[in-house]
Structure formats: C-alpha cells, structure tokens
Design a protein around this ligand. Structure first.
Ligand SMILES: [Zn+2]
Length: 106
C-alpha cells in the first residue's frame, strides 16, 4: 500500500528500515518515468528491463543503466568515445619524459 512518506515502497510495510525504503522509492520513481530518447530527442524512452531502454516513438532500443538511462560511468565512456581524453596519454608521457630529463641533469 502506498504511503505518504515512501509511496510505492510502502508495500514493504515497516520492514527493511526507512532509509532503504526511501532509496527504493527514489529508484522506482526515476526508473518508471519517461526519459529523453538519444535518437529522436523526444521524452519517450521507457525502461523495458534492467539496462534496456526502448523509445515508444522511434522503437530504438538502447543499453543503459539498470534504473536510469545514463550512469556516471557511462558518461565517462561516451567522453572517451568522443575523444575528450585522446591527448591525455601523450601529455602524461611528455610530463614523465620532462621529469626524467630534469632528474638526469640534477
Ligand atoms: Zn526515439
């Protein structure tokens, strides 16, 4: 039964503690609302199963987080794909080479 404090997580009655029931409620709310589709940019992306998101408008199926389409780790992966950190390795190698050269002269 839905309650005022934890809404849908009220089905657990007094079990598991308030903190966990609050978390469950928050996760369920974010997983059940519609999100923005990455293809057609409409607010039609719905959760089909854990990690699977389907757009009701263009029928595209996207892999994402279990309870939300975008996770913090997924954002970093996308940034790597876009080449944001492409020069990072070269920069790090140049810095270590500079340090080694300084160490040899000293
Ligand atoms: Zn779409």
């Amino acid at each position: 039964m839905a309650t005022k404090k934890v809404k849908g997580a009220g089905r657990f009655k007094e079990r598991y503690g308030i903190k966990i029931r609050t978390r469950v409620n928050k996760i369920e709310q974010t997983s059940r609302i519609k999100h923005e589709c990455p293809k057609c940019t409409k607010i039609t992306l719905k959760r089909q199963a854990a990690g699977i998101w389907v757009c009701k408008n263009c029928d595209v199926k996207v892999a994402g987080g279990a309870y939300k389409p975008n996770t913090p780790a997924g954002k970093i992966i996308n940034q790597i794909k876009m080449g944001k950190f492409a020069n990072l390795k070269a920069q790090a190698l140049a810095q270590t080479a500079k340090k080694e050269a300084e160490a040899q002269t000293a």
